[in-house]
Design a protein around this ligand. Structure first.
Ligand SMILES: NC(=O)c1ccc[n+]([C@@H]2O[C@H](COP(=O)([O-])OP(=O)(O)OC[C@H]3O[C@@H](n4cnc5c(N)ncnc54)[C@H](OP(=O)(O)O)[C@@H]3O)[C@@H](O)[C@H]2O)c1
Length: 210
């Protein structure tokens, strides 16, 4: 399959990229700094640009069947529009390119209806610390709810670690599985890649954690 991956230079994005290439997909990635990728492969096309400059990647997108977005803010907790404005641009570019299928990441920790977010630590430490990121993720999810022409799927991981792939993570619609709070980036990547040929979670939000 031809796949466009946004956020390939990030921790999770890189894990996703490695798995896609292992599975012999043809992958297009957008990188603000292509040197940061450190991966070369005959099936990999690296496009230098920013999500806010669609002219840089629109041609690549036209050749793809599926978009994966692992966009994020890295270590910054400052106000961001990467999910809302960046996401809006992803959707607009997909429509223009005629690509329908999207897999994107947000987080499990911001949903107040999730009983797991009512703990002292999440409510009084995690949510205030990441409030700008979470509020922008919420906008992105709301935008997707209103974009039913796109076959989107939202993956909401628990806290991300750089631990090894275990393969024994749990998956639950909307809310983190009971007692689950973290998951490695490589296990998130495993789940992302397994969704490529599956329609199970289209127009669904799915939380993943150990
Ligand atoms: N940290 C956690 O515990 C946690 C928990 C749940 C969910 N999440 C979410 O999971 C996702 C992956 O997180 P991560 O820590 O593995 O990755 P990350 O380090 O946040 O990676 C972000 C990616 O987005 C790219 N990006 C940012 N702005 C861009 C722009 N304007 N144009 C193009 N690319 C841009 C970055 O590129 P550059 O390399 O150029 O910066 C990088 O490739 C994020 O959305 C994160 O918020 C994180």
């Amino acid at each position: 399959m031809n796949i466009f991956l946004f956020g390939a230079t990030g921790g999770t994005g890189k894990e996703i990229l490695v798995k896609l290439l292992e599975q012999k997909h043809r992958v297009f990635v957008l990188a603000r700094n292509p040197g940061a990728l450190g991966i070369a492969n005959d099936n990999l096309t690296i496009i230098k640009g920013s999500i806010y400059h669609p002219e840089t990647y629109q041609n690549g997108l036209r050749q793809c069947d599926l978009v994966i977005s692992a966009l994020g803010t890295g270590t910054s907790r400052k106000p961001t529009e990467i999910y809302s404005k960046g996401g809006e641009q992803v959707i607009r570019s997909m429509r223009e390119a005629g690509v329908k299928r999207l897999i994107t990441l947000t987080a499990a920790a911001f949903d107040p209806t999730d009983p797991g977010t009512r703990s002292f630590i999440v409510k009084y430490i995690v949510q205030p610390l990441f409030k700008h990121i979470y509020s922008d993720m919420q906008k992105w999810e709301a935008m997707l709810e209103n974009s039913r022409d796109i076959d989107w799927m939202v993956i909401r991981p628990g806290r991300l670690t750089n631990g090894k792939e275990k393969g024994n993570y749990r998956v639950q619609l909307n809310h983190c599985p009971k007692g689950g709070s973290k998951i490695s980036r490589s296990d998130v990547a495993d789940f992302v890649v397994k969704q490529i040929g599956s329609d199970t979670y289209i127009h669904r939000k799915v939380a993943v954690a150990y």
